[in-house]
Ligand binder design. Structure first.
Ligand code: SF4
Length: 361
């Protein structure tokens, strides 16, 4: 738990009706996950296999990252290395500035939340539009996501209706989810058509092919990368899987664990830029090598951000994501947040390898 959590939790705890509603909404998703997993007899074997694959990939991370870089370059992508959030933000900003981009569409990326990219770009005059519906809702409210898969799970449909009335001019009192989604779709289409660049996160990066995989349910990553000429994909170093064979294991686990779906509606594979376009991949450390260097915390890098631990956790369900005060809330977020209290790394750290690598370029 992070400092100040009990105080921030009061907002939900002091409102029993809302607390119960949030608890039930999140628990409902956890139950969907249980049903989905019941249809996969080899579920526990899959989880164990996924854990072993991640452990293996983490044990050879520099090799796999190097292989990924060379294959991605061979496919026509440009690869950048960022030591931390500042460097990541600088790289993205300079890519946009060099091409005169002032309008960017973004699909969901917890890494860019972690790096506070939106704030950085907006401070430099770039319009950033989050195109995942839940992300767009919290962006309108100028608040962070409260959940890593369902960013606006803390809001009721009536509150979203009032927000859309203010922001999009929908009729007052409209709260039908289908009608609200349609209004958002119309709004977003305009943004997609006007965008000069699209930025995505990365769910998995395949070392043997140099491709990246982005999972969404709304197809927003696909529109955001197929309309504008420039695609920037931002990934943490831990997103590496050795080959497409291992990818299959994670794709079977991710959507079932996250929302109870057999697979996400869109599982998009990007291998290099589209014809006439540009693709840039930014590989980000931002403290991950520090975690990797500490055996007691290393397993936290296996996380595929499915959010099942949040949906399960009674503390998360009854205190809400914003009460944690960090980018990734809930059980895994509490482990990741602890990294901030660790002593500094020894001099020649894993992180320094990325720095040396960057200097050599
Ligand atoms: S730690 Fe939580 S979010 Fe990460 S993979 Fe496990 S259940 Fe999913």
């Amino acid at each position: 738990m992070t400092a100040g959590h009990p105080r921030r939790a009061l907002q939900l705890v002091q409102n029993p009706e809302r607390l119960h509603w949030h608890d039930q909404a999140v628990w409902f998703v956890r139950q969907k996950r249980d049903i989905a997993r019941s249809f996969v007899p080899e579920w526990e074997e899959l989880r164990s296999l996924a854990s072993q694959i991640k452990a293996h990939a983490l044990s050879r991370l520099p090799d796999y990252l190097e292989q990924f870089e060379s294959r991605a370059k061979a496919a026509g992508a440009v690869v950048h290395w960022a030591r931390d959030a500042d460097e990541h933000n600088r790289i993205v900003l300079s890519l946009l500035r060099e091409r005169g981009v002032t309008r960017l569409v973004k699909s969901k990326s917890m890494l860019t939340e972690e790096c506070k990219l939106n704030e950085h770009l907006e401070a430099h005059g770039i319009e950033v539009v989050d195109t995942d519906l839940g992300e767009r809702i919290v962006q309108f409210r100028r608040e962070p996501p409260s959940h890593i898969v369902m960013p606006a799970i803390h809001l009721k449909k009536e509150e979203i209706g009032a927000l859309f009335h203010d922001e999009l001019g929908t009729p007052e009192g409209l709260s039908d989810p289908k009608a609200l989604a349609e209004a958002a779709r119309v709004h977003m289409r305009e943004k997609f058509l006007a965008a000069q660049a699209g930025l995505t996160g990365v769910n998995f990066a395949i070392a043997s092919t140099g491709g990246v995989v982005v999972c969404t349910n709304e197809g927003n990553a696909d529109l955001g990368t197929s309309l504008p000429p420039l695609h920037i994909a931002c990934m943490g170093v831990e997103k590496i899987v050795p080959s497409p064979r291992e990818l299959a294991v994670f794709l079977r686990l991710l959507a079932r664990s996250a929302t109870g779906q057999p697979i996400t509606t869109y599982t998009s594979h990007f291998h290099g830029p589209k014809p006439g376009g540009e693709m840039h991949i930014v590989i980000v450390d931002h403290g991950r090598s520090r975690i990797l260097a500490r055996p007691e915390f290393r397993a936290s890098l296996k996380c595929i951000r499915c959010a099942a631990c949040m949906n399960t956790c009674p503390v998360y369900r009854r205190s809400g994501g914003h009460s944690y005060g960090v980018t990734v809330p809930g059980p895994i977020g509490s482990v990741l947040a602890r990294q901030r209290d660790l002593p500094p790394m020894p001099r020649k750290s894993f992180r320094a390898q990325w720095r040396d690598r960057g200097r050599a370029r």
